[in-house]
Design a protein around this ligand. Structure first.
Ligand SMILES: *Cc1c(COP(=O)(O)O)cnc(C)c1O
Length: 396
């Protein structure tokens, strides 16, 4: 079977693809069907935080799948209870209730619904360059017109303000605002950290005006930024916390974590057929255990700080505008399209991601071995230090 041909013929067409067939992954590496290996700094948009096929996650999935795969939320389940308890230990005190779902966008949908329900208000203030998903509610919070325009009209009541501009926030957050939603570090929007004072200011404004603060940690959570949750950097406790991507160790899962200000939710108010299924819960439980046992958030902090120091070598590169990041969430903004640079990195055995048209984003697994990280940094410094010929036809 010609895999590329078959997938191309039958897939919807919404995915921009590279002509590579991945068949196997182990740790920080993936292999294609020709036996070629790549160091994975894309990790499925940051999903594979433990790398691929971590033995403890594999074992947990195998064990659970032989015992009970599905168990609707109408019934209690031992694995789900263990996960909820463990999750409760990594989130800020008082955030005791969790709605489990299956993806990031679903976590954001839940957060928006719970915020409207609690406040009986409709308004949502989101950030320019913010990304929160692609279903109708979360898409309304997402800023990029390229994603929004074809699907308008979206959910009413959403406004977008510039990140890190507190005066704009003070204008936008009113007595009609149900929630403010923000990523501690914008991922898709270009690896742009929110200033701690900005997040603290949003917290204050929300309190003053009776709005809820939603932190979207779908990409920054689970150790990515060098702390288990990025909110720890700013010391800000949200009313609602959205988790996704890495939480299930590669198995689909999302979570909406609720603080005390969120109104008690009644049966039937929201739901999900697969949410909290034991297979995903087993994978997430094992993921949390490995993150803690192996001290991966701390290692992400060290490796990330080291990487940013090394990447200072790019400060004078002709095509580099800025290098920024937090932990192992690293962005290198170029003065031109990033695509040709990503292609060369790919040829040299490194998978990296765009974040908008001009930013090269690195989201390696938190356990990336030192020699792999060294190779990635050497290669990135070499490739991004060059001035590549840019063809006009392709964009982001
Ligand atoms: C990826 C992402 C989402 C959407 O998650 P999906 O699982 O793709 O629906 C939402 N918010 C942020 C910050 C993300 O990075």
């Amino acid at each position: 079977m010609n895999i590329i041909e078959v997938e191309s013929r039958h897939e919807s067409g919404v995915h921009a693809k590279r002509p590579i067939v991945l068949v196997r992954g182990q740790g920080a590496r993936v292999w294609d069907d020709q036996g070629r290996s790549y160091i994975d700094c894309a990790t499925g948009h940051g999903v594979a935080i433990l790398g691929h096929c971590h033995p403890k996650v594999v074992e947990a999935i195998q064990r659970q799948s032989a015992r009970l795969i599905t168990c609707t939320d109408t019934y209690y389940n031992d694995t789900r209870a263990q996960l909820l308890e463990r999750l409760g230990r990594i989130v800020p005190a008082g955030m005791e209730r969790v709605f489990l779902c299956n993806s990031g966008t679903e976590a954001v949908e839940g957060a928006l619904k719970f915020a409207r329900y609690t406040t009986r208000r409709a308004g949502v203030v989101a950030m320019m360059r913010g990304f929160h998903g692609r279903s109708m509610g979360s898409l309304s919070a997402t800023h990029n017109p390229k994603y929004r325009k074809p699907f308008e009209p979206l959910v009413p009541g959403f406004t977008h303000i510039p990140l890190n501009k507190l005066d704009a926030a003070a204008q936008a957050i009113t007595e009609e605002t149900a929630a403010v939603i923000v990523e501690p570090v914008q991922g898709e929007g270009g690896v742009r950290p929110a200033a701690p004072e900005f997040l603290q200011g949003l917290r204050r404004l929300c309190d003053e005006r009776g709005a809820l603060l939603i932190l979207d940690e779908i990409q920054t959570g689970m150790g990515r930024t060098g702390r288990m949750l990025a909110l720890e950097h700013a010391g800000v406790v949200p009313d609602i916390l959205c988790l996704g991507k890495g939480i299930g160790g590669g198995v689909p899962m999302g979570a909406v974590v609720l603080g005390p200000k969120v109104a008690p939710l009644k049966p039937g108010l929201h739901g999900s057929t697969f949410g909290g299924n034991p297979l995903a819960c087993a994978a997430a439980l094992a993921t949390l255990q490995v993150l803690e046992e192996e001290g991966l958030p701390g290692r992400a902090a060290e490796k990330g700080a080291y990487a940013l120091r090394r990447l200072e070598a790019l400060h004078d590169a002709p095509m580099v505008r800025e290098v920024r990041g937090l932990g192992l969430m690293i962005g290198i903004e170029l003065k031109c399209k990033s695509r040709p640079y990503l292609d060369v990195l790919h040829e040299r055995g490194i998978m990296a991601l765009p974040a908008g048209p001009t930013v090269v984003r690195l989201l390696p697994p938190l356990m990336i071995p030192d020699d792999d990280l060294e190779y990635v940094l050497d290669t990135v410094i070499d490739v991004l230090g060059q001035t590549l010929q840019v063809s006009d036809e392709e964009d982001d």
